[in-house]
Design a protein around this ligand. Structure first.
Ligand code: IPR
Ligand code: MG
Length: 154
């Protein structure tokens, strides 16, 4: 396909491609932060904060930026945990994400999550790892069922 922009013809490849997402296990005591998604992918399921990696961005910077944008929270001690390959063919918007899972902690433990993007999330709350809400966003559910544990020293 070709696209005319400012008098210049550029080739546009419209084939779907995998994208990179960075999501964050934000931990506080034995709890983690989850929000119910409003999205064409994983609608009404509980998910970690996170989103698309931007061009040139480190995983750590993306994690901090996405958490700030979606919850208003400032995080520290950000580290890489694992990566999964997630293909969403049965969703209203079929997509494919390589999902980078990070861990982080609150810079100020007294800080309270906000919901600055109510069109994308119903709201954020802290949940016990042993008593997670249902339904979980399936990439997260898969990890939980596999026995993965994001807490340090486990
Ligand atoms: P944004 O960037 O809107 O926060 O993306 P997201 O939360 O829909 O995350 C995209 C990756 C998911 C679908 C694994
Ligand atoms: Mg997001």
């Amino acid at each position: 396909m070709e696209n005319e922009r400012e008098g210049v013809t550029v080739a546009v490849d419209v084939r779907p491609v995998p994208r990179v997402a960075v999501v964050v296990f934000l931990l506080r005591s034995q709890k983690l932060l989850l929000g119910k998604r409003r999205s064409a992918v994983g609608d009404s399921t509980f998910a970690l904060p996170g989103g698309h990696l931007e061009f040139g961005e480190s995983f750590e910077d993306c994690a901090a930026r996405e958490v700030k944008e979606e919850t208003g929270l400032d995080v520290n001690k950000i580290e890489f945990l694992t990566v999964t390959n997630n293909v969403f063919l049965d969703e209203p918007k079929p997509s494919h994400y390589v999902t980078i899972f990070m861990r982080a902690f609150l810079r100020d433990p007294q800080q309270v999550p906000q919901n600055p993007e109510p069109n994308k999330c119903d709201g954020w709350a802290w949940y016990e790892w042993d008593n997670l809400p249902k339904p979980l966003f399936w990439p997260l559910e898969k990890m939980v069922l596999s026995g993965f544990n994001p807490f340090p020293g486990v």
